[in-house]
Ligand binder design. Structure first.
Ligand code: C6P
Length: 413
């Protein structure tokens, strides 16, 4: 039985108080998640017992460190259903993973007039790398519109994805609307048009069971720090035949086979894409995070977050002057709830609720085109994870009542 109250005990930071004696109510999980003791302990153990560079030394520590690093690759591969560990490239974060694809695959395949299809809801990390490569190659970016309900306009997607499309790149789950996009269906449209599918899994991999074979995605990018792992480690999954066909992104040690002064040959995948000393300790700790999530069960985590989201939509939806964004059907969305309180700027909302110990995020969430579509400069956003409980949503709701009291004259009350 999944028990969030039990889960909370694994996260030391949840015991801390803020602003004097307020219990921390951490509802900023879409920005980064907290880390369980097992992950923190893995980092300490690694540095206390095993620290060495990998794939280089032939002493015992180096061999152990290499084995643990490669073991983590295997864990991540199993976690997302990859066919083989060599389809997993360790990078710093989702952003770097997408840039890697743009600079390697994009450089090799995009020609003037080719189309890269994204959505209006993309995070800048899945937009700017395509803008940069489009500028270099003459490719064109098109965006699938978002409906007023906060879902993808599938009719428009069907019209837009066609013979000129080379790539469809979209988030699996929106970090603003919480919408879970039908990526498998979009992938079928992309593949039927002869295009590739890149899925930005930054918000989905930590929260839903994700299987790359079922999605049939060509690329999947995600970050360790949003899934109970450390910062500084992320993942690019790519089908092995695709990875094998690509030139390196960064050059240096670890990614070569043979080097002369004026030329070199490349190592096999995935090492070809991991130039220089990688983030060894954090990769190993990401392996622990994957074990932790797997033991709890991604289906259970998803079910728990669905319940929290339903509760949040009910409770926040009852407060007069609170405008909620994104679909109302919790099966279509994850635990990210964006809202606006009257005309109060989201930064003010965030500052007031913070005084009550509630950590939420306010801003454009790196989604400026989506903000324009929604007609707001920013939103306030509460985002949940496996350790959150309904009482924390009650605390947020009470804090929002205080926002209304304080800003009574500003379009609320
Ligand atoms: N969104 C948020 O608060 P990085 O920073 O590379 O780990 O992840 C980038 C990223 C890419 N795609 C999506 C859908 C994301 O949500 C994020 C990160 C955080 O919403 C920080 S802006």
């Amino acid at each position: 039985m999944f028990d969030a109250r039990q889960v909370r005990r694994d996260f030391p930071i949840l015991e801390r108080r803020v602003h004097g004696d307020r219990p921390l109510v951490y509802l900023d999980n879409a920005a980064t998640s907290q880390k369980p003791r097992a992950v923190i302990q893995t980092l300490v153990d690694y540095y206390e017992t095993t620290n060495a560079n990998i794939h280089r030394g032939i002493h015992e520590l180096a061999e152990e460190a290499t084995a643990r690093y490669e073991e983590a690759r295997g864990k991540v591969a199993r976690f997302i259903g990859a066919r083989e560990p060599r389809e997993i490239v360790f990078v710093r974060n989702t952003t770097e993973a997408i840039n890697l694809v743009a600079r390697t695959w994009g450089q090799a395949h995009l020609r003037p007039g080719d189309e890269i299809v994204v959505t209006e809801a993309e995070h800048h990390s899945n937009l700017i790398p395509w803008q940069l490569i489009a500028r270099q190659t003459g490719a064109v970016i098109r965006a699938i519109p978002i409906t007023d309900e906060g879902t993808l306009d599938l009719e428009a997607a069907r019209r837009m994805i066609g013979p000129r499309t080379r790539l469809v790149a979209l988030a699996h789950m929106s970090n603003v609307l919480g919408t879970i996009h039908p990526v498998a269906e979009i992938g079928r449209l992309a593949h039927a048009a002869g295009a590739r599918l890149l899925v930005d899994g930054a918000q989905s991999v930590p929260h839903l069971p994700v299987n790359v074979v079922a999605l049939d995605c060509d690329f999947l990018a995600f970050s360790g720090h949003k899934m109970c792992g450390p910062t500084g480690v992320g993942v690019l999954y790519a089908k092995s035949e695709l990875l094998e066909s690509l030139e390196p992104f960064l050059g240096g040690g670890g990614m070569i086979r043979e080097v002369w002064i004026d030329r070199a040959t490349w190592a096999d995948i995935p090492e070809r894409f991991e130039a220089g000393t990688p983030n060894i300790a954090d990769v190993i700790a990401l392996g622990t995070a994957v074990d932790y999530l797997t033991n709890l069960g991604m289906e259970n985590i998803r079910a728990h977050e669905e319940e929290l989201t339903r509760y949040a939509l009910d409770v926040l939806g009852e407060i007069a002057d609170v405008r909620l964004f994104g679909p109302r059907d919790v099966r279509q969305r994850g635990g990210v709830v964006s809202f606006y309180v009257g005309d109060v700027h989201p930064h003010d909302v965030s500052t007031v609720v913070d005084r009550d110990g509630v950590a939420i995020r306010a801003g454009h969430h790196c989604c400026q085109p989506l903000m324009r579509r929604l007609g707001v400069p920013a939103t306030a956003r509460a985002s949940f994870y496996l350790y959150n409980v309904p009482e924390e949503i009650d605390t947020l709701a009470r804090a929002l009542q205080r926002v209304k009291e304080i800003f009574g004259g500003v379009g609320v009350g």
